[in-house]
Ligand binder design. Sequence first.
Ligand SMILES: Cc1cc2ncn([C@H]3O[C@H](COP(=O)(O)O)[C@@H](O)[C@H]3O)c2cc1C
Length: 198
Amino acid sequence: MDLVLIRHPPPAIDASICYGRTDVPLAVDADESASAIAGRLAALGVPSPQQLTTSPLQRCAHLAGGLARHFDCLVGVDARLQEIDFGAWEGQRWDAIDRAALDAWAADLRHARMHGGESVEQFEARVGGWLELWRATTTAPTSHVHAVTHAGVMRMIASLALGKPLEETLKWPLEMGAVVWLRRDPGGQGWRLLHWNV
Ligand SMILES: Cc1cc2ncn([C@H]3O[C@H](COP(=O)(O)O)[C@@H](O)[C@H]3O)c2cc1C
């Protein structure tokens, strides 16, 4: 089975601001973005979705709506696909956040939650719970799950699925609106990365 993960298009927020669970609107038209992404999916040879799953945040849900109109399919919402919660850091400029707090977070990325939001460990449990849905699935080997989600979620899924440290996948470039395609072969050892950031 295949996982096709789609990052939302650009949100209307300055890149210097910290945002994770903040519900930022899209800066672009959802239907136009959906058409462009659908063209990219077709060029890759991804089968049309029969159903889409999306993060509840509008930057994803609105794109999922556009894709659902384009493909004439259903959309389901799954809160496990929401971006990490940066707590008190949400909405602050990254360069305005206390340097010592940022350093302490980077030094213990897995457990630190001095911002009062989610630790990476908590985030991993939530996102991993969603990925686990597809581990023991008995669906046909050709089945595809299409999900609209966030950069942090996609990097966490790649880390868990490919057995790579999150510190590594956090460094992989991932554009707004980018597609990631993972495949789990029947009887295979695990997931393979077919495409990253296309
Ligand atoms: C450990 C960790 C550090 C992060 N720093 C930024 N993001 C993530 O949160 C922000 C919102 O993502 P999007 O635009 O796709 O909704 C981005 O900066 C993204 O990289 C992170 C996520 C995680 C898990």
